[in-house]
Design a protein around this ligand. Sequence first.
Ligand code: SF4
Ligand code: SF4
Length: 425
Amino acid sequence: MAHTRSKEPSASFANAEKCTQCGYCLPVCPTYRVENNELHSPRGRVSIILALRNGGLAKEEAATILDHCLLCQACHAACPAGVRPGKLALQLRAQAPLPASRFSRLFHAITDRPRLTAVLAAIIRGYQRSGLQRWLRRGRLLRWLPTVAHMEAMLPVASAIGSVPLLPAPPSSAEPQPRVALLAGCMTRLFFSSVPQAAAHVLHRWGNQVVVLDQFGCCGAPYRESGDRARLRRQAKRTLDLLHDSGPWQAVVCDSSICAVTLHSYLRLFGGDPIYEDRARQLSAKLKTMSQFLAATPPPVRRKKETFAALAYHDHCQARHGLGIITEPRNVLRPLADQLLELRQSDSLNADGCCGAAGEYQLRHPERSQAIRAPKVQVIQEQDPTVLVGENPGCLLHLAAGLDQKGAQTAVRHLAEVLYEAYCV
Ligand code: SF4
Ligand code: SF4
């Protein structure tokens, strides 16, 4: 069926028109690698955008096909012509948002509200630490409820560092220190409940006055991913208001790299807005992930002298390809390990590529998501680091579940947990 020509922003089409169909992007695209299907390659996605422009596809049809893109941005670096297939897919979703499932709506009704998030986090923490999780898993009691079992398998076990005490308030006579806001992502608060306080202790050891902003709700990452601009703007305004009202800050540090990607995207969201564009610009100038922030300053003296036998860092694809975060986490981790391993490249694996989690993609497309994860899990098993470290909670959940299924020995931990153990205990 033919359709009228779309009124998509011409800049997106201009970018798509630069595609020469050379195919350099194909080997780096995780969906193409697992399916060998041109429709699910960067080049195929560009063709969908151009078909939309030519009136051969409706916006909704195009959005449904482009929903299969992970938004990992690996193709951006590979394209010699400067085409941005991941960005184009994201822009189209803003024109035709993906429908939200009932589970997703319910989950976000909680994560949008910091108090409800704290209640759910306490329930999950109790489940992890009471022994109930171990008991249910050992007895395989959830095998009769496959959907619940699938969701439960994604929950990590209780953190190895246990509960972390609250950071004491600095004495009034203390030397002035840089005032740093710590934004704890809703996924870290929910599933890695030791991480926000561990991160606060680590930042404090690095010589900062740290304030954990408990009123921070969801940054809007799931809404950015699905194209729901109205809810993304709402969450962005809440975050910008919170930082403005509680400031001034020397730095804003985020313990979740997808939150950092989303917080940086606020700038494009509020172009021309007399208040929020300026607030978004100030945030972008001060915002760092933990590894970015810590790598810029020499580390303090370590409390724990022994080192990990082997650490490996898992790159969150959007942080690596979008924010260029590559060396910082490695520089922070190197002093803590006898060996800092790089995951091995193979015919079936782009070692720095997406793990298949991609936010709610792992729920929308579980089979493909697990197929993308499989070679990464295999390489981790073969190289066998003591700990796989990361800064994006979605990736950590997804990889931990995959390694657990395979009975791998490697622990999966957030960067803040590893640094807390080395510098603060
Ligand atoms: S998107 Fe870039 S790399 Fe891929 S086919 Fe087009 S020009 Fe080549
Ligand atoms: S963003 Fe990732 S999944 Fe999407 S086309 Fe590019 S490489 Fe493929």
